[in-house]
Design a protein around this ligand. Structure first.
Ligand code: NDP
Length: 244
């Protein structure tokens, strides 16, 4: 993606709430043509109604490889090209390792890590053609692990490792790989945590600081995507000022 976002085709995963929704709206306001995917079709329809530009809504479950491939194919079929991919879909099911419900681990690995990998793999031939950009919504948890966040962190460390290898493989062909690592953002993310102690801790953390808003992260994504083609912003770490 080069000087301007106007007319560029961008696929955003997990656009039904939080960071993905804010990013999709910001991209649409900047003139991008969007494909947005998630499981909650009603929320995507609401987003499409509020966005100023064209929005193609897609049923997408990133935990399912075939669904990732179908979403990319539908976006390319509709618009004829793909200039950008924002891998944002994710879940954080925090909790200690001992005694964990390991089905939550499977969900996190399938969604955050494999989902990002599958969608990237499906999009790559098109991004190589357009000299496009992949933006991975990682996390501060992709840089530092902490108690209760072992598996979530493992998925985000994995996203960072995958992205650095990908960057080395495709940068000479003009494809840019951007990793965005937000700190605490006020979204629905923590509402899915099943461990009561971890959910309470997340609430206390949110109450203790001026958290980031989804729009703050959207701004970082747009900054990276709007750079001229010779500028690769490879990593953006953005935390609330109040977060230690
Ligand atoms: P939200 O819970 O608000 O948004 C998560 C999005 O991911 C939703 O749109 C949800 O859509 C989608 N999603 C979840 N599972 C799937 C799936 N299997 N297939 C397709 N879409 C899916 O949280 P955030 O906006 O906070 O999270 C967005 C990203 O930001 C995540 O990757 C998260 O790890 C990351 N992040 C968040 C931080 C925070 O503090 N909030 C900090 C750092 C990173 P649906 O349920 O409709 O499918």
């Amino acid at each position: 993606m080069s000087d301007s976002l106007h007319g560029k085709v961008v696929l955003v995963t997990g656009a039904s709430s939080g960071i993905g929704e804010a990013t999709a709206l910001a991209l649409s306001k900047a003139g991008a043509r969007l494909a947005v995917g998630a499981r909650r079709a009603d929320r995507l329809a609401g987003l499409a109604g509020r966005a100023p530009g064209e929005v193609l809504t897609l049923d997408l479950d990133v935990a399912d490889e075939a669904s990732c491939r179908a979403a990319v194919a539908a976006a390319v079929e509709h618009y004829g090209a793909l200039d950008g991919l924002v891998n944002n879909a994710g879940v954080m099911l925090s909790g200690p390792i001992a005694g964990a419900d390991t089905s939550e681990w499977t969900t996190m690995v399938r969604t955050n890590l494999l989902g990002t990998m599958f969608t990237t793999h499906a999009a790559l031939p098109h991004l190589l053609r357009s000299k496009g950009t992949v933006v991975q919504i990682s996390s501060t948890s992709g840089r530092v692990a902490s108690a209760g966040g072992g598996v979530y962190s493992a998925t985000k460390f994995g996203v960072n490792a995958f992205s650095e290898a990908l960057r080395q493989e495709v940068t000479a062909q003009g494809v840019r790989v951007v990793v965005v690592e937000p700190g605490f953002v006020a979204t629905e993310l923590t509402s899915h945590i099943s461990d009561p102690a971890m959910r309470a801790m997340a609430r206390r953390m949110a109450d203790s600081m001026r958290t980031l808003r989804p729009e703050d992260v959207a701004g970082a994504v747009l900054y990276a995507l709007a750079q001229p083609g010779h500028v690769a912003v490879n990593e953006i770490l953005v935390r609330p000022t109040d977060q230690t």
